[in-house]
Design a protein around this ligand. Structure first.
Ligand SMILES: *Cc1c(COP(=O)(O)O)cnc(C)c1O
Length: 238
C-alpha cells in the first residue's frame, strides 16, 4: 500500500485551500462562493476520515457499491456525502437515502426514478443535472441541447429539487481550451438561471478537478471536485 499519513493529507488540503484562495482573489470572487468536494473513489475510509478531520466538508463518491461499503466507517458528522458517478436507474432506491445530493442526473428516465423513489420515502431529492458539455460519445451526461427540456420536465416533479449543474469536460492538453469549455458551461448555467423555472435553482455549478480547478474557478465554478491533489494517485489494483 502506498504510504500516507494524516499530516500529509492535511498538508495537501492546505495547499488546495491556498490555490482556491488565489484563484478566488484573481477572479474577484469570495472564497465562500466555492465549495471543495473531496473525491474519494478507491480511497480507504481511514484516509477519508483524515481529510474530514483536517476540515473537508464535502465528499464525492463515484460508485454506489463502494459508497455503501465505506459509509459505515466514515465520520460524516456535518459532512455532505454526494454521488458524483454515473447512476443506474435500478440503483436509485438503494442510494437515495444514503447520500445528501446526487450530482449525476443525466436523463429523464433517471430523474423520474429519483423523483418516484424520493416521493415514496417522503423526502425531496437534492440533485444536479450532469451536462455532457464536450459532446463526447463516450461520456455520461446529457447533451446540452436537451437540457432545457429536461429541466422543464423536472420542474414538474414534486420530489426533486434541482440545485444546479455538473460537468466533466473533455481533457484538453491546452489549459485555454479547458477554460473555454468551462466558460461555455458557465454561460449555459446563466442562461438557465435567467429562465427562472419553477422548482429549479441554479446555485451550484460543479466543475473543475485536480488539474484544472483554478481555471474552473476563474470561469465561475461554485463547486470543485478534487481527488488526486488531495489523496494522491489512485490505486485501482485493490
Ligand atoms: C475522479 C473524479 C474527480 C476527481 O478527479 P481528480 O483528477 O483526481 O481530481 C472529479 N469528478 C468526477 C466525476 C470524478 O469521477
Amino acid at each position: 500500500m502506498e504510504k500516507w499519513s494524516p499530516e500529509c493529507i492535511a498538508e495537501n488540503l492546505r495547499r488546495i485551500e491556498y490555490a482556491i484562495g488565489e484563484a478566488c482573489a484573481k477572479a474577484g470572487r469570495r472564497r465562500e462562493e466555492v465549495t471543495l468536494v473531496g473525491v474519494t473513489k478507491t480511497v480507504e475510509p481511514e484516509r477519508v476520515n483524515a481529510a474530514i478531520a483536517a476540515g473537508l466538508t464535502h465528499i464525492g463518491e463515484n460508485y454506489v457499491q463502494e459508497l455503501l461499503a465505506k459509509k459505515p466507517q466514515l465520520h460524516l458528522d456535518g459532512v455532505s456525502l454526494e454521488l458524483i458517478g454515473h447512476l443506474q436507474t435500478n440503483k436509485v432506491k438503494t442510494v437515495l437515502s444514503q447520500v445528501d445530493r446526487i450530482q449525476s442526473v443525466d436523463s429523464l428516465r433517471l430523474a423520474a426514478a429519483v423523483s418516484k423513489a424520493a416521493q415514496n420515502s417522503g423526502t425531496t431529492a437534492r440533485v444536479l443535472v450532469e451536462v455532457n458539455i464536450g459532446e463526447e460519445q463516450s461520456k455520461t451526461g446529457l447533451p446540452r441541447e436537451q437540457l432545457t427540456e429536461l429541466l422543464y420536465a423536472m420542474s414538474e416533479m414534486p420530489a426533486v429539487s434541482v440545485e444546479g449543474l455538473m460537468c466533466i469536460p473533455p481533457f484538453y492538453e491546452k489549459i485555454d481550451e479547458r477554460r473555454k469549455v468551462f466558460s461555455e458551461m458557465y454561460q449555459l448555467f446563466l442562461d438557465i438561471k435567467g429562465k427562472k423555472m419553477d422548482n429549479i435553482d441554479m446555485n451550484v455549478l460543479s466543475m473543475g478537478m485536480s488539474a484544472d480547478f483554478a481555471e474552473a474557478i476563474l470561469e465561475g465554478s461554485t463547486m470543485i471536485r478534487v481527488g488526486t491533489a488531495l489523496f494522491g494517485a489512485r490505486d485501482y489494483s485493490k
